[in-house]
Design a protein around this ligand. Structure first.
Ligand SMILES: [Mg+2]
Length: 202
């Protein structure tokens, strides 16, 4: 089995960003009279308008407000990995080259890199595309043209913008933006393990 280069997205692929944002929201807005609890499994888009409803109601530019939360200390203090992600990442890293590829605002980028160093220190390479906009999709994704390169991302637009040989949509749950993808799909880290670790044991 040949060693592969695996480029893996960070937010909503490795780390459960929605869960962290909902936790901050529930804490910050719980005393507002129109508050209803935000549940991360129900997040459908990057303005969180169906889940963190007060953000759309109270702020003129909701996606800017969400981007601000993404760059906050609270976001990284509450951030957790998806189930099995830590164990599988470690295992993948032993058999393949694993590179995290992510887009970020400057505030988010600096904290994100430190979070990665602290929580998944065995990942030695991180590509950060600085995106000062707040739409969460980096237009300038790297063209991954190496032989055997694989790209795993939760956003179809990011997958489309690369030239990776194998592209996998990480679809942990349904969202508004992940419906129109007819390529390969993985829905958990156990599936990623099955494809890229068991393959390499044979
Ligand atoms: Mg993502």
């Amino acid at each position: 089995m040949q060693k592969k280069v695996l480029y893996i997205d960070f937010d909503s692929t490795i780390a459960n960003a929605e869960k962290s944002i909902c936790k901050i929201y529930n804490e910050k807005y719980k005393d507002h009279e129109e508050f209803t609890e935000a549940k991360w499994r129900e997040v459908k888009d990057w303005t969180f308008k169906y889940t963190c409803t007060l953000i759309t109601k109270l702020y003129e530019n909701p996606s800017e407000k969400i981007a601000e939360l993404f760059g906050s200390d609270e976001f990284f203090n509450n951030l957790t990995l998806y189930m099995d992600a830590e164990r599988v990442l470690k295992k993948l890293n032993e058999v393949h080259d694993v590179i995290i590829c992510t887009s970020a605002t400057p505030a988010n980028a600096s904290r994100k890199v430190l979070w990665i160093e602290e929580n998944i220190p065995y990942i030695s390479e991180v590509i950060v595309v600085i995106n000062t906009g707040s739409n969460g999709v980096g237009k300038g994704r790297i063209h991954m043209i190496e032989n055997n390169s694989v790209f795993i991302d939760d956003h179809p637009e990011n997958l489309i913008s690369t030239k990776a040989k194998e592209k996998y949509l990480f679809k942990y749950k349904d969202t508004l933006f992940n419906q129109n993808w007819d390529g390969k799909v993985v829905s958990s880290w156990l599936e990623i393990e099955k494809i890229f670790c068991e393959e390499s044991e044979s």
